[in-house]
Design a protein around this ligand. Sequence first.
Ligand code: ZN
Length: 375
Amino acid sequence: MRAILERLIAFDTTSRNSNLALIAWVEDFLRERGVASQRVANGDGSKANLYARIGPDVAGGIVLSGHTDVVPVDGQPWSSDPWVVTEKAGKLYGRGVADMKSFLALSLAHVDAALAAPLKRPIWLAFSYDEEIGCLGAPAMIDEMAQLGQKPGAVIVGEPTSMKVISAHKGIRTFWVEVIGREAHSSLPHAGVSAIMEAQKLMQLIAEIGAGPREADHFDPPGASMTIGMIEGGTAINILARRCLFGCDLRAPSQAEGDAIEARLRAAAAKLDADIKARAPEGGVKITRRSMTPGLEMAPESAAESLARALTGDNEIRAAAYAAEAGLFQRAGMPAVLCGPGSIEQAHQPDEWIELSQLDEGARFMQRLITHLSA
Ligand SMILES: [Zn+2]
């Protein structure tokens, strides 16, 4: 398991990079064991999902799902090489040890045990790309898996949950908002339209939505949230900016709430667009939805719930504020939960770590799964 994890971490699969070297390594790993796998590549062939079945070709198998990409380490103060697994005081450090290559490593480390076991139903591996930039890779693979004659019956998405069961996650939509104004000398503000100062009006609305009010639910924070993560605009302090571009995200507990907030944002943008055009006809506001990942809705009676509860002994109801691929599986008719080693608290951080005890717990989970599917 440790050697597999070290190998996976060594591939710099930051989402902007190709993940094909990692995928090829996993293909070889499986091929050496007689396991066939299917690639589902992106448009230009630079990235791929991979799925594989271990065990009999019957319905009702269990999918172990994980993403192969990781978030960037740029600008983060790491005390060790992020691409080399480093052990210190009962913890392993490295980019992706929590989110979520330890789950991939655990899945692969149990392939031999699964092959040796008298599985009555199969274990599926489903490894995706571009999860961290809006779950862009998984949908094509999930579409294929949903068409399988012997469709899987439940999905464990191994995001870092400290091996607790998470039954719901928010949906996420990301947007680019481009505001175009008209340049002018800043001593003559009436002669132009500052795209930055106009964009700020929409950003104000986003900040208000982001601040609530919120009704209590299973999510922390409860309700929907919005943040602005990127901005650029202007060329000089004394020039009214012609263009301002910012990127924002919307995380909502339900599709309906997400739709309502998006409509509110678009209505405000349309009004601002008209205001700007009245002063600078060439200007305006354009909103582009860059990604949309459905949320995972609570399904307490689902096959994924009962399986994960049985394997972990965990019976608390939890919901995650971050988005994951579980909602995509659920919408394709494959019930899903989140359950994986490590904590989301360490995900995306410099010096990302996972406790060795989490890997032990993950290994016990995999062994129980194999036993369960052999019964
Ligand atoms: Zn993740």
